[in-house]
Design a binder for this molecule. Sequence first.
Ligand code: ATP
Length: 356
Amino acid sequence: MSAVTVENLVKTYAAGGRRATDDVSLEVADGEFLVLVGPSGCGKTTLLRMVAGLETPDSGTVRIGGRDVTDLPARQRGLSMVFQSYAIFPHMRVRQNIGFGLTMRKVPKDEFDRRVRRAAELLQLSDYLDRYPAQLSGGQRQRVAVARAIVVDAAVLLMDEPLSNLDALLRLQFRAELKRIVGQLGTTTLYVTHDQAEAMSLGDRVAVMRDGKVAQIGPPLDVYDRPAYRFVGGFLGSPPMNFLTARVRDGALAIGDTALPAPAHLSTWDGREVVVGVRAENVQVAKDAVAGWVPARVEVVEPTGAALLLTVCLAGHQLKVQAPATFPAAADDEVHLRAEVEALRFYDPESGLALM
Ligand code: ATP
């Protein structure tokens, strides 16, 4: 069993300063892949480093496999780590780099060879074992760093932006490989990224952080579909969730001149403004006027290949909506929009909290 549990972790770097992590509690279940994601400075790396034992919390507890490791040094925690600056040793061949942790543990030669071979196979490095890092591509070096982390069969794998040095295409390829490898190993993994697409693709669950706190944690599609805060909807997704302001009045939602039926749970908001959130793919677009659909003006047309991303103006709000790739639209055209009430999300304009 190698679940990672953190309880009420507080960390402040400067006395009296802002909390880098502010009372964070979460659990990575045994064998789970949990991604910490959030904007720069939200505290992801600090949280990971406290789990690693590289940073001491002001208060709170870290448990690994049920054991309180808060006061244990990093090397006694049974962890493996991969960082953004994957420091592999330039003077060692790939074989020695991958096997570094085994050498440290004085693993016998035949076992060393067997384990290095297996890690190299998983990372598709078998043909490169005798090369030096300078003779590898950036992506291959990154694989060496991952192979070195997994070869020791640690119970828990910690990764901090391990793909950020790769170019966009390699990053995409390696992301899928990493998912396959970690899935095969079944290692409990805590992974930090600021890239929401990476978080969505890799995580069994994602924890979206802001200002030192976890704003929401859950399976990626749940968090994507039902953001608990406006901030989460505006962070996850490409494009992010659209937001516009509406007034609740007599069972209807007034957005500019348009009125839509308001869901029953908004009855307590009668007479007040709410923020309405809707995903680009949940808005239907038509060229011709349809009864009950809302007119909007096209501002920008962006083909993505698979679809057409339209930036439209609706009652003074700019929205991104997704149309079929063949949709005939140009800037300044009028289009007509519709969304199912079930696809709309509602937020408190003050707190940004979802209205359920
Ligand atoms: P990024 O994605 O930019 O790496 P992050 O979410 O990982 O950001 P952290 O690196 O954990 O965020 O930083 C959280 C807060 O703590 C930030 O305000 C940062 O400036 C501060 N901080 C981090 N490390 C230190 C340090 N060694 N000394 C002082 N302040 C620090």
